[in-house]
Ligand binder design. Structure first.
Ligand SMILES: NC(=O)c1ccc[n+]([C@@H]2O[C@H](COP(=O)([O-])OP(=O)(O)OC[C@H]3O[C@@H](n4cnc5c(N)ncnc54)[C@H](O)[C@@H]3O)[C@@H](O)[C@H]2O)c1
Length: 285
């Protein structure tokens, strides 16, 4: 399935790992992929014209963009890399402006930048609601919700301005598109667990944001969807497993499929949601 077009992916940096648990499978060499990186690589493989790799860590974004040159299928393919802190409104606005300046348009955006909550948010915010302060709640909402809000708003504003394109030349009845947006969420809006109200509420908020943004954007022929995987074998999760090796067994007991998903299994769904094959899918979480 070819996608074509111009893509912007946040959280697309390529990380490397030096410390891996001896029982880890797959081994070290395939462990550099977060979900964002894998999504961005898929665009390169699926005939995208250009891909913007955006990440908090410019070095990892540059490495990812460089390596994508070995994956591209479009002879005119270009990869750019951008430093962004998605929790900063002006950074997000600048990222979208820079991508549009370089590519002329943004056909697909995947908002995948993720933070390690343990590092960024106070321990209390992960506890019972009765023990929390408003500052704890604000902390989680800033990290989990507002960054997504900034991205979706800036991307819709950019897409609104661009000329619509035919969704599928082979099936003109599918009409036109100005762009697609996929937000990466989590299982939290669907499975409440005790002691996690701030985080869970913020993820519910992103589900709401995705649905309402989809309704507002539909008239401009822009689709917005929310992808909610459970556990995915990425550097973020590996870092957590390094600290709590027993957690792997708990995850596998809770996961119907057993082992965690591979990033590519999630990226393939993100690609489907930005492809003509999902032309009538919007506001879905
Ligand atoms: N891994 C999972 O099990 C899982 C499950 C459900 C949802 N998710 C969500 O998917 C997204 C990606 O997760 P992942 O597991 O691939 O994480 P990851 O840590 O492997 O990759 C996240 C990337 O985001 C970048 N990043 C972090 N903070 C940033 C910021 N402020 N601005 C810009 N970039 C930033 C990091 O540098 C990194 O490259 C996250 O939103 C996460 O919540 C992950």
């Amino acid at each position: 399935m070819n996608i074509g077009g111009y893509a912007l992916v946040t959280g697309a940096g390529m990380q490397s790992f030096s410390r891996i648990h001896p029982t880890d499978r797959p081994p070290l060499t395939s462990l550099r992929s977060g979900i964002g990186l894998t999504c961005a690589q898929r665009y390169a493989e699926k005939n995208a014209a250009d891909v913007a790799f955006a990440d908090l860590d410019l070095r990892t974004a540059e490495r990812a963009a460089e390596e994508s040159l070995g994956l591209m299928t479009n002879p005119d393919y270009r990869a750019i890399f951008i430093r962004v802190d998605v929790t900063q409104e002006t950074d997000v606005e600048d990222m979208v402006k820079e991508t549009r300046k370089e590519f002329g348009r943004i056909d697909h955006a995947v908002n995948c930048a993720g933070v390690n909550l343990v590092a960024r948010v106070s321990a209390k915010a992960k506890g019972e609601i009765a023990e929390q302060t408003t500052a704890d709640l604000d902390d989680v909402m800033n990290v989990n919700y507002k960054d997504m809000y900034y991205c979706v708003r800036a991307e819709i504003n950019a897409m609104k301005e661009q000329e619509p394109r035919t969704v599928s030349p082979r099936d003109p009845n599918r009409g036109v598109t100005r762009g697609t947006i996929v937000n990466l969420g989590s299982l939290a809006p669907y499975a409440a667990v005790p002691g996690n109200s701030a985080h869970g509420t913020s993820k519910h908020a992103v589900l709401g944001l995705s649905k309402y943004a989809a309704l507002d954007a539909a008239k401009y022929h822009i689709r917005v969807n929310y992808l909610c995987p459970s556990w995915v074998d990425t550097p973020m999760v590996r870092r957590m497993l390094d600290k709590r090796p027993g957690a792997r067994g708990d995850i596998e007991r809770m996961t119907p499929m057993g082992p965690m998903a591979q990033p590519g299994e999630v990226a393939d769904v993100a690609i489907f949601l930005s492809s003509p094959k999902s032309s009538y899918v919007t506001g879905v979480g």
